[in-house]
Design a protein around this ligand. Structure first.
Ligand code: PNS
Length: 167
């Protein structure tokens, strides 16, 4: 019986789609650790510390959820070290699948005992991706339906900062 799963991602920012997947994972696993990949290859809006604080706030009242940062190294090694045999990933559309399929098989190659579990979020989040939320928010659009109020506040602060810089 697999009791502990990890839910990795960049989470820049953490959206209601991510939250939906996390809640579904908690219906299956006793413990789910959200693993924020620092991922130096991606130019993120939020620092890894900001993302960690953001997710901790969103899951503050949840039972069985951990929040950790993968600063470097492979996710498969991290999963092995943590004794996690399941990796949770959300899939919204068929186009997500190619990349997810590749990652899942590579992770299995690196750590044969690990299984990637794909979960579909509620259909209302099908078109919600961090990249588009970031873009819309930073152009002043309303994303309040797609992120937790505390994440919305952080996005507003980033927008204010970027507007101040332009002055
Ligand atoms: O939210 P994302 O950006 O789609 O998440 C991608 C993530 C963080 C899960 C992936 O890039 C990852 O696992 N990074 C850690 C480094 C690693 O193990 N890379 C090889 C994956 S097969």
């Amino acid at each position: 019986m697999t009791q502990k799963a990890i839910y990795p991602g960049t989470f820049d920012p953490f959206t209601n789609g991510h939250l939906d997947v996390l809640e579904r994972a908690l219906n299956i696993f006793e413990e789910v650790v959200v693993v924020i990949a620092e991922n130096s290859q991606k130019n993120t809006l939020f620092s890894v510390d900001e993302r960690e604080g953001m997710i901790r706030e969103v899951v503050r009242d949840f039972q069985g959820v951990g929040v950790e940062v993968l600063h470097d190294g492979l996710l498969a090694d991290y999963a092995r070290q943590q004794g996690a045999r399941a990796i949770v990933r959300g899939v919204r559309q068929v186009k997500d699948f190619e990349y997810e399929f590749q990652m899942s098989l590579l992770n299995r190659h690196l750590y044969p005992e690990v299984t990637t579990v794909f979960l579909m979020p509620n259909v209302k989040y099908t078109y919600v991706a961090s990249s588009i939320i970031r873009e819309v928010a930073m152009l002043g659009g309303d994303v309040s339906k797609f992120v937790h109020p505390s994440v919305l506040e952080m996005l507003h602060r980033k927008l204010d900062e970027s507007q101040q810089k332009k002055k």
